[in-house]
Design a protein around this ligand. Structure first.
Ligand code: ATP
Ligand code: FE
Length: 366
């Protein structure tokens, strides 16, 4: 007996099987990254077409690898929120099709909760814990109080760190540097930043330094990056596919700026948790997840903060930080164990593309 997980919220078609003891039975992933890199970003219709084309092969492959059939499955966990509407719809419809055909219940999954909870698969992390979720479409701080109880402390007012990295990487034409050409924007920027020699020439002002809450803002980083790129391109008479010579320095400066912002807000959240007694005094835990959590520079900086505040820090392994089917299967299992959200009436299952967290938002922390 096992749980099948299906993820199609953005540009990855993911599927995984996990048994009721939490053992991974199999996984499969079809990533659209290279196609979207070529198109200069995600085009929702194309993403949907690719999900439609790959959903059955990816699910079939997952079952095949585990040598199981649908009759061995207890429930189908599927991402229903938040995400691109066209993409979410493909996974949900396919899950419903399977549920109907094989008489299985569906467990609806919140993509961001799944990003946070997957850290519990490989690590001994107990509720409640503080979580910083940094990804292509989101940036938020929340206290995970239980499998289905997330208290939102703050979120992005505009943009997301992964989105800034992806857009800046595209504008810097990092794809034309062979070594970086196959990487996501964030990974390309991290790799280029490691070769910086003089990042001080680029300034990135910190946003929201005067507001006493845990919210984030990223559009400033985007426009500052563009300003620096344009200025350098003009200075060097750059045309077409050429890359500015200072690209590594610019990457590091941008990475340092965004990291400082993430640190400031996380520190504020820690102070808020302290004042409001949201975490046990002897077991304070921070879980960092989402694609941007792959970034070692950001993770190291957060680790230092955690040491100062007496937190244990955790992050999932890189391939579980970015979108994958396993985090959906795992979240399904966490709900299955607690008998939460096991839905047999398929009419109750709908996508909710813009659902930003169901939790209350807190202002004026600390
Ligand atoms: P969301 O979870 O908000 O819906 P998403 O699912 O598209 O967005 P993820 O798959 O969680 O996002 O993460 C993808 C993002 O992670 C991309 O923006 C990518 O640039 C970023 N990323 C991947 N590796 C790194 C890295 N090493 N450093 C920084 N960013 C990275
Ligand atoms: Fe994601």
């Amino acid at each position: 007996s096992s749980i099948l997980g299906i993820e199609t919220s953005c540009d990855d078609t993911g599927c995984a099987l996990i048994d009721l003891n939490g053992k991974i039975l199999s996984e499969a992933l079809h990533s659209q990254n290279l196609i979207h890199l070529r198109n200069g970003g995600i085009i929702p219709d194309i993403a949907q077409d690719l999900h439609r084309r790959y959903i059955k092969p990816v699910v079939d492959k997952t079952l095949e690898k585990a040598d199981l059939s649908m009759s061995d499955i207890n429930a189908i966990a599927v991402t229903v929120e938040p995400g691109l509407p066209l993409s979410l719809a493909v996974g949900m419809k396919y899950a419903k099709h399977l549920a109907r055909k094989y008489q299985k219940p569906i467990i609806p999954i919140h993509h961001m909760e799944a990003h946070a909870l997957i850290a519990r698969m490989d690590h001994d992390i107990s509720f409640p814990f503080l979580t910083l979720l940094i990804s292509g479409g989101h940036c938020l701080l929340a206290v995970a109080q239980d499998v289905n109880e997330f208290k939102l402390l703050g979120q992005s007012l505009d943009g997301a760190p992964g989105e800034v990295f992806d857009k800046a990487a595209r504008r810097m034409k990092l794809r034309n540097i062979p070594e970086l050409s196959q990487m996501s924007g964030g990974q390309a920027i991290e790799t280029a930043a490691a070769k910086a020699t003089n990042h001080d020439i680029f300034k990135f002002p910190l946003p929201l330094t005067e507001t006493k809450d845990c919210n984030f803002s990223f559009n400033g980083f985007k426009s500052t990056a563009l300003y620096h790129i344009l200025k350098k391109e003009k200075e060097h008479n750059i045309e077409g596919d050429q890359v500015i010579p200072e690209v590594n320095d610019l990457c590091l400066a941008m990475l340092m700026g965004t990291t400082r912002h993430l640190l400031h807000r996380t520190q504020r959240a820690m102070e808020f948790c302290e004042i409001n007694n949201l975490l046990p005094e002897n077991k304070k835990q921070l879980v960092v997840s989402g694609g941007v959590a792959c970034n070692n520079y950001i993770f190291k900086a957060l680790s230092i903060l955690c040491e100062e505040y007496d937190y244990k820090i955790y992050r999932p392994q890189p391939k579980l930080c970015t979108d994958n089917g396993l985090m959906i299967a795992w979240n399904g299992l966490e709900k299955w164990r607690k008998r939460i959200d096991i839905v047999t009436d398929l009419n109750q299952i709908n996508i909710n593309p813009t659902s930003d967290y169901d939790a209350e938002e807190l202002h004026n922390c600390a």
